[in-house]
Design a protein around this ligand. Structure first.
Ligand code: NDP
Ligand SMILES: O=C1O[C@H](COP(=O)(O)O)[C@@H](O)[C@H](O)[C@H]1O
Length: 489
């Protein structure tokens, strides 16, 4: 739950008013902000699209979206307040003349232009806004991923946007940064001396980051098959998690101080080449199987599928960070669709004590583990060794868990949705949770190295049954290095 009071007054102009993202995420999140009293009385929400709708038509689309995509009751008072803010404006972004008319209906110059649009329309939209002089310095542009499919295509998109908007006006989304538990990584790491002083290659042996999903591609074949799990998930969400785990302490909590440190990590990622691609990466593609007892089709049997597709729906990668803090500490990333459960988790394995003075069954003492559960059962767990109670002279040791569950510690109130926070921050003009140009460039540059190596290598993704943890080659990759994947709880 966000507890600050109200956001500054603004016009939120949503391009793509009837699209999936708007109905599924943006309208429900704005409604929740309304309910929490966080929208300024003068804030307006203008949905823009090509439909020949009037305001009443849009209100009914919005109501329907809230009813379909939220699990809370739509109460009369909140809906009345919310609906008073909503309007619809008919505009094809290729029709530059309509932007002037749009400008006339906007109240003031504090405009947030949310591009819930296909990236192919960004140029026309920026040009339309620029030519109608709606790109005031006080206006902001919020852009959705995917921003490109390589370093060069990102630079093309970015070049277009930067003709009309400065870096301070551009808010590039990675919705994982809006998740409470991802944000908590900063507090966990930099507010607790326990971790501040034990967060480098002297204390930590290796780190695992898993983001598994139960869902498949949910009717998004056209987009997903061109992207694959590396570009869809690792280039953005997993690398963002990795930067927050691996960054050095920022000077302060300003957006640029944090982003400066994140970008240093991204620039220190060791490129993967054709010489080590098979040792350091595993690609997989799901075949038919069962997820949570439900029969599901294989990737190439999905609606709209191309049967010869070699797109990966699973990827596991060993990452090396070439800096002083992390030299010699492997980071293992693993993400896939149609896995047994939805789970995003970071597991930090601390080094084992070098000497064992205990008369225990352990030859070498097991290591401490810090498990950060990002979703769905948010929490933090530390595995430590304790003496089992008893009147004896033997120190029998037992691994026990200190387990902090968010719902127990902070109550049962659901955490704010990532989009709620992101919209809130965009309205407040705080860029911390949005990606700076150089972060995205560095992420693409590293991902490009893997794409090139995969293309050169020519090996196809390995099949794995839906409902399993990916190809056996993924277990083999980490076992070769003396570890095993942590089991998601
Ligand atoms: N859906 C999701 O959960 C997520 C989506 N994204 C990204 O968000 C963006 C939108 O995705 P999504 O909502 O799924 O896509 P949809 O295809 O559902 O919606 C796209 C919207 O763009 C509008 N549009 C397209 N061309 C024009 C045009 N020439 N002029 C005006 N409006 C136009 C359409 O409006 P109309 O038909 O009214 O003209 C439509 O409402 C994409 O970049 C996507 O990759 C990112 C993360 C998650
Ligand atoms: O950006 C994306 O994220 C979702 C997963 O998001 P989550 O918040 O549910 O963990 C993923 O399914 C989708 O393919 C990707 O585009």
């Amino acid at each position: 739950m966000i507890t600050e009071k109200s956001t500054p007054a603004c016009n939120i102009v949503i391009f793509g008013a009837k699209g999936d993202l708007t109905r599924r995420k943006l309208l429900p999140s704005l409604y929740s902000l309304e309910k929490a009293g966080l929208l300024h009385a003068d804030t307006r929400i203008i949905g823009v699209g090509r439909a020949k709708w009037n305001n009443a038509d849009y209100l009914s689309v919005a109501k329907d979206a809230l009813e379909s995509f939220t699990d809370f009751d739509i109460d009369k008072a909140t809906w009345e307040g919310f609906s008073r803010r909503l309007a619809f404006f008919n505009l094809d972004v290729n029709d530059t003349s309509r932007f002037k008319v749009l400008g006339e209906m906007l109240n003031g110059d504090k405009n947030i232009y949310y591009f819930a649009l296909p990236p192919s329309t960004f140029y026309a939209t920026c040009k339309g806004l620029g030519e109608a002089k709606l790109n005031y310095p006080t206006s902001r542009v919020v852009m959705e991923k995917p921003l490109g499919s390589s370093l060069s295509s990102f630079k093309n998109i970015d070049g277009i946007v930067s003709q009309y908007f400065t870096e301070k006006q551009v808010y590039r989304i990675d919705h994982y940064l809006g998740k409470e538990t991802v944000l908590n990584l900063l507090a966990l790491r930099f507010a607790n001396s326990l971790f501040v002083n034990n967060w480098d290659n002297r204390a930590i042996e290796h780190v695992q980051i898993t983001v598994s999903e139960e869902i498949g591609i949910e009717g998004r074949w056209g987009y997903f098959d061109r992207a694959g799990q590396l570009k869809d998930m690792i280039q953005s969400h997993l690398l963002q998690i990795l930067t927050l785990v691996a960054m050095s302490p920022p000077e302060n909590l300003s957006a640029d101080a944090i982003r400066d440190e994140k970008v240093k990590v991204l620039k220190a990622l060791r490129p993967i080449t054709k010489n080590d691609i098979r040792d350091k990466t595993v690609r997989g593609q799901y075949t038919a199987g069962f997820v949570q007892d439900k029969k599901v089709p294989g990737y190439i049997e999905e609606t709209g599928a191309n049967h010869g597709s070699h797109t990966e729906t699973f990827a596991a990668i060993r990452v090396d960070i070439d800096n002083w803090r992390w030299a010699g500490v492997p980071f293992y990333l693993r993400t896939g669709k149609r896995m047994p459960i939805k789970c995003s988790e970071i597991v930090v394995y601390f080094r084992k004590p070098q000497i064992n003075i205990f008369d225990s069954s352990f030859k070498q003492l097991p290591q401490n583990k810090l498990i950060i559960r990002l979703q769905p059962d948010e929490g933090i767990e530390i595995e430590i060794l304790n003496k089992t109670p008893g009147l004896d002279h033997k120190h029998h040791l037992w691994t026990t868990s200190l387990d902090l569950s968010y719902s127990e510690a902070f109550g049962k109130t659901p955490l704010a949705d990532a989009y709620e926070r992101i919209l809130f921050e965009a309205m407040c003009g705080v860029q911390t949770l949005f990606l700076r140009r150089d972060e995205i460039e560095a992420a693409w540059s590293w991902v490009d190295s893997i794409v090139d190596a995969w293309e050169n290598d020519g090996e196809r993704p390995k099949p794995y049954r839906a409902g399993t943890w990916g190809p056996v080659a993924s277990d083999a990759m980490i076992t070769r290095e003396g570890y095993s994947w942590s089991e998601c709880s």
